[in-house]
Write a protein that binds this ligand. Sequence first.
Ligand SMILES: [Zn+2]
Ligand SMILES: [Zn+2]
Length: 69
Amino acid sequence: MTCKGICERYKITKGKKNESWYKKGAKRCTVCTIFIEWEGLWCPCCGYMLRNKPKGNQYKKTLKRSRID
Ligand SMILES: [Zn+2]
Ligand SMILES: [Zn+2]
C-alpha cells in the first residue's frame, strides 16, 4: 500500500472548509496524506480504506466494544 501518484488527479484544492468537502464526497487517505474527491471506499491510488468522516472515533469505539463482547 503505497502512493502511486494517481491521487493527484482527484486531489481537492484548498480554499474550502473541511465540512463541505466531506459532504461533497471528499475523503482523506492516510497513506497518501491527501484529500480526494472519490465516491468509493478505497483509495484509487494506494487501495487503502478512506476516511469519510471528520470525527469517526465513535464508530470505531462501538466496533471495538462489540468485538470484545
Ligand atoms: Zn496516492
Ligand atoms: Zn491513497
